[in-house]
Ligand binder design. Structure first.
Ligand SMILES: Cc1cc2nc3c(=O)[nH]c(=O)nc-3n(C[C@H](O)[C@H](O)[C@H](O)COP(=O)(O)OP(=O)(O)OC[C@H]3O[C@@H](n4cnc5c(N)ncnc54)[C@H](O)[C@@H]3O)c2cc1C
Length: 308
């Protein structure tokens, strides 16, 4: 059997694609390791349209319920991971899940992103021993401790906000001479006496024995190195797209994001459509991912009709 489409990913983009594919009666396989996407860890999402404020876990639950409403119309494989995609000579695709292969006319890639790492000494060694990537999840472990947050964008600022009720002192390290996040969040961060922002800095090393006990950074102005005595380091320097599956099949930009035509969510590979954080979309947001996924699946529907 050949599917009309295989949707890969479990975030808001994938779920939107799944719902639309079902309603278009496309023969669909939906593969995800889990449902919810990256913001599942968020305490409160205030910009998901239709909900004034919703915790990430609730949003994930609502996405799951909406998808499962169509469980008789599309085939759901959750949890499962796609390990390989190849393009066949006849224009179809073979998608591998473990040892099993599945044939499909189109692929909707919505594999999102993952945390970018600092790649400095100590980061791997002290991962989960003071080095953390999710302030929403781990902030309570740093009650009355001194911590550093690396990253001057929205993620860094939100990490500081999560840490404010717990940490004793928070150093926020930014590479630029300004912060880049939302003005409202900046106000909260800069208004707290607990927070000290270290601008124009570059993290060189995370130090420790059994657990983290320091962070070494250099001033980008003078080159001088300093050590902060901290027990926690939150790395919040953005994300890396999960595009490895399609490397060599579609065009990726320098950031390894899948290059899409933003009108139709097509890629350089006919039959392969992409949406959400895995793409070169400028704004990495839940609502944007959903909108683009809908474009992708509707375009895939037209593609299948035209090529059948
Ligand atoms: C802490 C945090 C808070 C955020 N808060 C907000 C917010 O308040 N508002 C907002 O609009 N945005 C927010 N975002 C951004 C938002 O979460 C993303 O823009 C959105 O999740 C992108 O959706 P996506 O479906 O493209 O990808 P993702 O959410 O990244 O989902 C991709 C999914 O695909 C799965 N997957 C990947 N590879 C495979 C594979 N090979 N096989 C099977 N499954 C696979 C992943 O495990 C994941 O579940 C936040 C992000 C973070 C990290």
């Amino acid at each position: 059997m050949t599917y009309d489409t295989i949707i890969i990913g479990g975030g808001p983009a994938a779920v939107a694609a799944g719902v639309y594919a079902a309603r278009k009666q496309m023969k669909t396989l939906f593969v995800a390791d889990q449902i919810g996407g990256q913001s599942i860890v968020s305490d409160g999402i205030a910009n998901w349209i239709g909900d004034k404020l919703i915790p990430g876990a609730f949003l994930a639950q609502k996405l799951k319920e909406h998808l499962e409403e169509y469980k008789d119309d599309i085939e759901l494989k959750v949890p499962a991971r796609v390990e390989n995609i190849s393009k066949n000579d006849d224009g179809t695709f073979t998608v591998m899940i473990g040892e099993d292969s599945y044939e499909t006319k189109t692929v909707i890639l919505t594999t999102g992103g993952r945390h970018r790492k600092l790649n400095v000494p100590g980061e791997e060694e002290f991962n989960a021993r003071g080095v953390a990537y999710c302030a929403t999840c781990d902030a309570p472990f740093f009650r009355d401790k001194d911590v550093a947050v690396v990253g001057g964008g929205n993620s860094g600022l939100e990490a500081v906000v999560d840490l404010l009720p717990y940490a004793q002192k928070i150093y926020l390290l930014a590479r630029r001479d300004e912060l880049r996040g939302d003005p409202i969040t900046q106000e909260t961060v800069l208004g707290s006496e607990k927070v000290e922002v270290l601008y124009k800095t570059n993290t060189k090393e995370i130090a420790g024995e059994k657990m983290v006990n320091g962070l070494v950074y250099e001033s980008l102005e003078t080159g001088e190195e300093f050590t902060l005595d901290v027990n926690g380091v939150f790395v919040e320097i953005g994300s890396v797209p999960n595009s490895d599956l399609v490397e060599g099949i579609v065009d990726l930009n320098d950031h390894k994001e899948v290059v899409i035509d933003h009108k139709m969510c097509t890629t350089s590979c006919p039959g392969l459509f992409a949406a959400g954080d895995v793409t070169d979309a400028t704004y990495k947001q839940n609502n944007v991912a959903v909108g683009d996924a809908i474009k992708a699946v509707l375009t895939a529907y037209e593609y299948v009709k035209k090529n059948s």
